[in-house]
Ligand binder design. Structure first.
Ligand code: HEC
Length: 191
């Protein structure tokens, strides 16, 4: 019974994988090395990939970060990084203050990617309010991304590892996971 289920699953994997393989080869032939592999991404990225082969550069840069994570994981320094917080209101409030000071200029007050400083950037600042709900938004991924920024992908996302301590970054993450709550916004001192 179990063997049979496994065999069926294996067959399904082969069928699916060969379909993807053909797509990747077709893309490589077209000189789209950077685009391949994004089939692990759900939703709009996926549809975009296979609907239109010529992803615009900003889309490509965004996908590369996710692609790298899915295939290579995070660098050693971030492996098994795990938030030590069971966030309290105080943690979330402090995260809100830090978010407002360090992130909102690009990502927008409520994480909608609409900060003034972000308007001229390509790729544009991520929609954090959306991405924080996605399966990719695990501790390792967020700590790596926020600490190292976009240098590896040639984007304008700054590296915060020198500017913020990990504990501060965990608080910002807690704030985002709490849905960018107004309680934190109200409590945050205006500057
Ligand atoms: C100068 C503008 C700027 C600032 C300030 C900034 N970011 Fe970004 N951020 C970007 C851009 C542009 C991207 C998209 C490109 C990329 O992923 O590297 C991005 C991407 C991200 C991503 C990846 C999103 C995804 O879809 O995977 C996260 C997480 C993130 N930023 C968090 C933060 C946090 C937290 C702060 C504050 C501590 C911050 N950013 C400050 C510009 C900025």
């Amino acid at each position: 019974m179990r063997t049979r289920t496994l065999a069926v699953m294996a067959a399904a994997v082969v069928v699916v994988a060969s379909g993807f393989g053909a797509g990747v080869v077709a893309q490589m032939g077209r000189g789209h090395m950077m685009d391949d592999g994004d089939f692990w991404q759900p939703g709009w990225m996926h549809r975009h990939m296979w609907g239109r082969r010529d992803a615009p550069p900003d889309m490509r840069a965004r996908m590369q970060r996710h692609w790298t994570f899915m295939h290579e994981g995070v660098p050693k320094a971030y492996q098994r990084a795990q938030s030590p917080l069971k966030p309290t209101i105080a943690d979330i409030t402090e995260g809100g203050t830090l978010y407002t000071e360090n992130c909102a200029s690009c990502h927008g007050k409520s994480g909608m990617g609409d900060g003034e400083a972000g308007k001229s950037l390509t790729p544009s600042p991520a929609l954090l309010a959306w991405m924080i709900q996605r399966p990719v938004a695990v501790d390792e991924y967020l700590m790596w991304t926020i600490s190292e920024g976009g240098a590896e992908f040639k984007t304008d996302m700054p590296a915060f590892k020198g500017a913020l301590q990990r504990e501060q970054i965990w608080k910002i993450i807690a704030y985002m996971r709490a849905g960018f709550p107004a309680v934190a916004k109200k409590a945050a001192p205006k500057k």
